[in-house]
Design a protein around this ligand. Structure first.
Ligand SMILES: [Zn+2]
Length: 154
């Protein structure tokens, strides 16, 4: 057996615990972006007029030219499936009965990675329009999971 072949008797995964805690701050643009999702059910990006690039999620500075970005653009709640994958295992490694569909939903020149629902794996297509379905307002926490899922538009 070469080094590139997988030993069929090797364990598929190692179980363990990593006692890691972290604190992630949204930053100025992230705070406004997530507040709009939580409070308004709206998705915003920021535009770099120098590069003609629309960042979604919104950011404070253009990663191309380093300009400060102050033009906020509401991009709507319907985007386009740019790519997707099917998840056949749950987080803890158990097999799913039906695969989860996770897509990069394109907005502007960026997009959001989120799950798709309300369609089968046979129905998902790159380029299809999908609309964000938000959790009820009293269940939102200021997270990307305030968007419950994306469903086919229309
Ligand atoms: Zn720029």
């Amino acid at each position: 057996m070469s080094l590139l072949e997988r030993d069929p008797k090797a364990p598929a995964a190692w179980q363990g615990d990593l006692p890691v805690t972290s604190r992630y701050t949204y930053g100025l643009a992230g705070e406004r972006f997530f507040r709009a999702i939580k409070d308004e059910g709206r998705i915003y990006g920021t535009r770099c007029t120098t590069c003609d690039h629309l960042y979604v999620p919104a950011v404070s500075f253009c990663e191309r030219c380093l300009s400060e970005l102050t033009e906020w653009v509401e991009v709507g709640i319907t985007g386009e499936v740019h790519t997707y994958t099917l998840l056949y295992e749950n987080y803890e490694g158990s097999r799913r009965e039906e695969p989860e569909i996770v897509a990069l939903v394109r907005f502007g020149d960026g997009g959001l990675v989120h799950r798709l629902a309300g369609l089968t794996t046979d129905q998902v297509e790159i380029g299809m329009q999908v609309t964000a379905v938000f959790k009820p307002q009293d269940q939102r926490t200021g997270s990307i999971l305030d968007i419950d899922y994306f469903k086919p538009a229309g």
